[in-house]
Each structure stands twice: as structure tokens, then as C-alpha cells.
Design a protein around this ligand. Sequence first.
Ligand SMILES: [Cu+2]
Length: 486
Amino acid sequence: MERRAFLTGSVGALGTIAASSARAQPAASLPAGFVRLRVVPGELTVDGKVGKAYRIEREDGRLGWVGRRGGRFQVALDNGLADPLSIHWHGLILPDGQDGVPYVTQPPIKPGERRLYDFPLVQAGTYWMHSHFGLQEQIMVTAPLIIVDERSPHPMRDVVMMLNDFTTRDPAAILESLQTMPMGGMKMAGSMKKGMGNKPDLTDVTYDAFLANRRSLTDPDVVRVNEGESARLRVINMSSSSNYFVSTGPLGAQAIAVDGEDIVPLAGTRFELGVAQRIDLRVQIPRGGGAYPIIAQAEGTDGQAGIVLATAGTTVPTLSPKAPRVAGALTNQQEARLRALRPLARRPIDRRLRVTLGGDMRTYVWNLNGQVWPKITPLEVKQGERVEITFENQTPMTHPMHLHGHVFQVTAVGGAPVSGARRDTVLVSPKQTVKVEFDALYPGYWMIHCHLLYHQAAGMMTVMHYQGFENRSYDPLASLAEFPRR
Ligand SMILES: [Cu+2]
């Protein structure tokens, strides 16, 4: 019932305002109710190293967007960069034409151009936004997208923890070294490899630092909390190619949602978080207060980032961006333990799709079903079908697999059936098979891809297409011809 209203007028009424300059556009010229988001260049100095850190910011300079369930996502997005861009609203159920995939659902937004987005919010939870253009995600064209549920029975202090991997290098040079050096990044000279004892099957890019809320642990974000209160930590992995272990230390935590969707609470102190995934952790600040670091250590490295929850008058401890030990690999055992709070209704599967994950570090060509983007054949589904996707990982590396515009339920991890979490990005461990299910309700062209930025850029991406769907404002198949090739 909601879907009809949702799709009506979604694409045609929007379109592009050919602004002379996004920078010159005053907020007053916005349509009523719209929020202006500007993408602007920026830099960060992290522990003495300077790197690009672009911003998607509101008028008040804060990153990203916050809304409420039942409202609308009404955003005027201004490209304040010298390059084209395209922003994807990660995890949202939305009209295909506003999904922000350049050359597939929309033409890129030119420098100085404004693009309008307008659709109803049918979800609530922790989402994010990031560029889907080129390698802009690595230079932190990333921001939170939070949808608050005002009906939530347990109001909590909301704390957002954004994780980014930070490099002083040009991402294009990183990709080129991965593609041209023997054994990918492992033979790379210089600062990229310095001091990092990682293995090629865990991480293929070595970073200068890991950041939480864009800060290093040498100068962390200290969030003021009150003793005795509960906080909802919305941890968002905005990294380009780093998975993390998130530790709450002496604060016991309960994971209450993943990728925006509620789960049966899972207690713990150390949680796995793959690239592009989110986890909401409920923590309780003890009576008596104190300072409580929340630490994320990157898989396969000794690098870590974090924030500190601190009550008034507490001394914040000195923290190091280097952990005492190199972290091992994520196991994906957590995934098998997650249970959706509201599982999909059971019904027979109408269509089974198989997606094999292939490629290797040596050639650094990555594929899905043997096909390398953009030379792909879309996977076809029909509206109304219950669809199962089986991800079969044939490589010795973990891949975070993301489906656009849908929320799936994990139904098997490594061959073991589960009534798993509902989410939009699932890790598939080396040689592992993971199954997911969803109802095909949203006609369009929807990307399926590995969310490791350099894998995606090296071909690990395909499209799921609804039979009979045509994008009237934009012809994705014709536009694939424009897709930049290296
Ligand atoms: Cu991958």
C-alpha cells in the first residue's frame, strides 16, 4: 500500500537544477522542507600526516543527515567539488532513480550542480551516505544518515561513532599499485607497508591511521555522558577496506541492531563489524561515572581508533593508536549468532540466484559470477518474488557483499541455516557460502557489489534488474558505455 505512493512521482518530478554554482546557492532558495547538503573538499592532519578528508555537511557544518521515521528524505545536494560525484544513501529503501549510482541510476552530479532527493522514510535506524563515484569514498566523501524512531520504547542518549581508514596517498595510486605490483600491495614500497604486519588475505591496503569521528586515538572525540544513563552507540564502518573488532572494554554491551534493523539483543564486549556495516550497541554508564573508551581495532593490523564516553569531571586516559597486538581475522561467527527481531514471513522461494565471488591478489581483478564490471549480465528478478541469493566465496579473502535498495535476511552462514539478521551488507568469509532472502518489491536496477572499495573498482560489481523495469529518466544500459574504464 505504501509502495504505490512511494514510487509515484519519484523520479520524473525531481531531476536536476542546472545551477550556475552550488557554492553560490543560498539556503533560502531551497524548496520548503528541504535540507541542504554540500560536498566540499577538506584535509585532516592526523598524527603529523596530511591527507584528504572531504565532507558531506549541513549548513551548520555538521556531517550527514538526521530524520525521523514516517518523515521524508528531502535533500538538496550541492556538488562543491571540482569533480563529478554521486552520493548513495546506503541501506535505504528508496526509488531506484535516487539511489545515486553513477551511469546506472543517475548521471553523475557535475561540479556546481544541485540535485534534489525526495522520498518517504519507511525505515528507522543507523544508515550512512557515501560517494559511489570513482574512489571518492576513500577521501571520506562519507557521512552518517540516521533515522530516529520516536516510538522507541527506550529512549537513550544517541552517540554516533564513524570509522574511517585514513591515507595520505592518492587512492588512484593505491589502486594502480594493487593492480600492477606483483602480489598486489605486498610488494609496495614506502609508507604504505611500514610497520604493519598484515597478511595479504586480510587487508590489501595499509593505512596511515584509523579514525573514529575523524580523529585519532591520540586526540579522541570525548562524548559527555551522565552516570547511570543508557547510550545507543551507532557504530558505522565507513572505511574503504578495513573490517574491525569493536570493543566496549569494561562496559558490557548489548548489540540491538545491525544495518539499521533490530536484532534479538546479543550481549558481549567485542563485536565484529565489516566494511559498510553498522552495529548499534546499548551500553549503560555505571553509577559513579568514569571514562570509557570504545575501541575499534582494524582486522589484521595493530591500528585502532576510538571514542571516549566520559562523565563530567573525569580524567580521560591517554590512549594509543597502536594496539598491543596485531588483530587476527574476523571469524563471521557473530553473523551466525544474530537473530532478526522481526524475521521475514516464511514463504516458498520463487527464484534462486547464485553469486560466486572470484578473483585474486596476484592479478587484482575481482569478479562476480566470473564477470568483471561493467561487462556484466544483469541478474533478473520479477516483482513480487521471494528471492534467495547464495553468495559463494571462492577466494581466500573476506568480502562484504552489499545489495542496494533492499533489506535481506541472512538465512544460512557457512551451510548452517539461521533465522539471521535482516541487513543490507553481509560478510562472506574465505571459501564460505552465505545465503540471504528478500522479497522483490522495488522495481529498478540495483547494484550488488563487494564493498571493499578497491575490489569494487577492480570489477566486483553487478546489477539486479527487475524484469520489465525501465528507467525513463535515464537509460542505464546505454549509459554503461560511458562508464570510465582504466
Ligand atoms: Cu571484495
